[in-house]
Write a protein of this length. Structure first.
Length: 123
């Protein structure tokens, strides 16, 4: 039953839906990078389509060992500040953020502004 529901959902999704997810993913990625650049905070944004994450480290991690060396205490402070701004992120720096078709330009802009506010507690 569950497999049938999943397949039915996939059949309803069009190519345009995946293009839209790529588009909003790219918008959020660019917004995050724009805020982070120039802060002096070592952070990288890594994204695949509508999944992304921020790692507080100078170099893009390529494996679990590298992710483990990211500043997870800094991520925790960032997570809580984002919650105060009304943005619910995954609570761990090991997890990805997931976008959906409900995330439009307004939501992306609000998220980027919340990052702009939240990043200040990290400097």
């Amino acid at each position: 039953m569950t497999m049938a529901a999943g397949l039915a959902t996939l059949e309803l999704l069009s190519a345009e839906a995946y293009l839209r997810l790529e588009e909003v993913g790219k918008m959020l990625e660019e917004g995050l990078k724009g805020v982070i650049t120039g802060t002096g905070i070592p952070a990288v944004v890594q994204r695949v389509s509508s999944m992304l994450t921020v790692f507080f480290t100078a170099q893009p991690p390529t494996d679990f060992k590298a992710v483990s060396t990211a500043d997870h205490h800094r991520f925790a402070r960032f997570f809580h500040k984002m919650l105060e701004q009304g943005v619910h992120l995954p609570p761990s720096g090991y997890e990805a953020w997931f976008l959906s078709l409900a995330h439009d330009e307004t939501v992306i802009d609000q998220t980027v502004e919340a990052v702009r506010t939240s990043i200040n507690v990290l400097t």
